[in-house]
Design a protein around this ligand. Structure first.
Ligand SMILES: [Zn+2]
Length: 306
């Protein structure tokens, strides 16, 4: 009987221990499942919901994107302005100053491609900035070159003749123009380096621009009594076949100052003024620079006024 009770107690203990073990295994399972669920929940939470730091960063990112687009669009308009200036440079300024438009490769400074910085699919990059910088540098260089040339032309222009060497009222005939002609003495086709203005012997001859007399003599070269004036910047005028010379070599003369008298000295068949205009010692046509619209009084006023 006692033995029977003991064996029952022992079997109860085994059952209870087994129950207890079963209960503990369930708890671990719950713990494990909870752990997995926790991670999953956490992941899905952070997937669907940002942390405060992420919210700030995303906001900043959006603002930067907007700013970048804005810069891109502004770069586009700078690029358009630049293209406009380049076009003016090529087809107005350079043409006016007798210069060829720049080659496209030079214009693009070897970097190539047109602007188009801001598109919704692309951002402005440092390369875009370099491209604009390079094109601006080329444009600056072109404008500097043109400015230099324009300044030279302005200076040269100031040295060019501004009046006719004799008064219109004294002109009998415009006998011979610049360029090839049948020579009146040799009767050969010969290049005429100046123009011939027929006028009576003793007619006043005037300096057509201010300058320095470099020759005032008869050099037995066919020109007879000759005056040569250096006006600076490579511009000279020549007055030949004079009957009388009124200036000396080395003398500064004013615009419209009387320098001699018309004559027939040297190789000449009649009283006339042979008048030449030279640029860097090469004869050029003086006809476009003749201005007949001045009276004798105005010549005097011009000569006194400078
Ligand atoms: Zn002549």
């Amino acid at each position: 009987m006692e033995q029977e009770r003991n064996s029952m107690n022992a079997s109860n203990l085994v059952i209870n221990q087994a129950k207890s073990l079963k209960t503990n295994g369930g708890f671990l399972k719950v713990l494990f499942v909870s752990f997995i669920m926790g991670i999953g929940f956490n992941l899905s939470f952070s997937y669907f919901f940002d942390s405060p730091e992420e919210i700030i960063l995303k906001k900043q990112n959006k603002e930067l994107q907007t700013k970048l687009y804005a810069i891109g669009y502004r770069m586009d308009s700078i690029d358009n302005y630049l293209a406009h200036i380049q076009q003016k440079d090529d087809y107005l300024y350079r043409m006016l100053l007798n210069e060829k438009p720049l080659e496209k490769e030079i214009r693009m400074a070897g970097i190539g491609g047109a602007g188009y910085f801001a598109t919704l699919s692309s951002y402005i990059t440092p390369t875009d900035l370099e491209r604009v910088e390079a094109r601006l540098a080329v444009q600056m260089s072109s404008l500097n070159e043109l400015t230099h040339k324009a300044e030279k032309i302005v200076k040269e222009y100031a040295c060019l003749p501004q009046i006719s060497p004799i008064l219109q009222t004294d002109l009998i005939r415009f006998t011979s123009g610049f360029g090839n002609r049948n020579h009146p003495i040799y009767h050969l086709e010969k290049f005429h380096k100046g123009i011939d203005l027929t006028a009576n012997k003793g007619t006043s001859v005037y300096a057509t621009s201010k300058g320095k007399v470099v020759i005032a003599s008869n050099q037995a070269d066919g020109y007879g009594n000759k005056v040569v004036i250096d006006h600076g910047n490579g511009i000279k005028t020549v007055y030949a076949h004079l009957s009388k010379i009124l200036v000396k070599a080395g003398q500064e003369v004013n615009l419209a100052q009387e320098i001699g008298k018309v004559g027939n000295s040297g190789r000449s068949i009649a009283s006339h003024l042979h008048y030449e205009l030279r640029r860097n010692d090469e004869p050029i046509d003086p006809t476009p620079f003749l201005d007949w619209d001045f009276s004798e009084e105005e010549y005097k006023a011009l000569a006194d006024g400078n």
